[in-house]
Design a protein around this ligand. Structure first.
Ligand SMILES: [Zn+2]
Length: 166
């Protein structure tokens, strides 16, 4: 009898808010799905706000809808930025044009692989601030296991396409 695959749920979405003078940072952790409820967060956010998205590992289609509705309606937020965007977030930025709302993208994780030993790593890449169309360089990194050069493991034109409209 074929076993039904267990649903591999990620952790439900949570966030941590840090309020400092002049900037509110919200660090999101978990999976964005139909259970994501941003109502309280929307009411609380004001002024310049930075979202840290490195620990958002999965987003399903219902989650995309919740997120788009959230970021397009932040009445008291004066400036919005995304940083540490995980590959899951980058995928959505590339597919869903209003996924970012009016946010500026500050940095993102890029997938790297070592051809010598197969190790995979994500490297944090800063987005250059010199205006639309500026492309970040994708430097090579030394593999932590074997010291060979790790290479970017996607098509740059595809993975970085979200920057064209930044
Ligand atoms: Zn290696």
């Amino acid at each position: 009898m074929a076993a039904i695959d267990p649903v591999t749920d990620g952790a439900p979405l949570s966030w941590r808010i840090r309020e400092r003078p002049g900037m509110t940072t919200v660090e999101f952790v978990g999976e964005i799905d139909e259970n994501a409820d941003f109502a309280d967060l929307r009411r609380r956010l004001r002024g310049p706000v930075a979202f840290m998205l490195g620990e958002v590992r999965r987003i399903n289609s219902c989650g995309v809808r919740e997120w788009v509705n959230f970021v397009r309606d932040l009445p008291h937020v004066t400036e919005l930025s995304f940083s540490h965007c995980s590959p899951a977030i980058v995928t959505q930025l590339n597919m869903i044009y209003n996924f970012r709302g009016r946010a500026k993208i500050r940095s993102f994780y890029a997938p790297y692989v070592c051809d010598a030993c197969g190790r995979e790593e994500e490297q944090l890449i800063d987005v250059p601030s010199q205006g639309p169309g500026a492309r970040p360089s994708l430097p090579t990194f030394a593999c932590p296991d074997c010291q060979a050069a790790m290479e970017f493991d996607d098509l740059p034109e595809r993975y970085l396409s979200f920057l064209a409209e930044a």
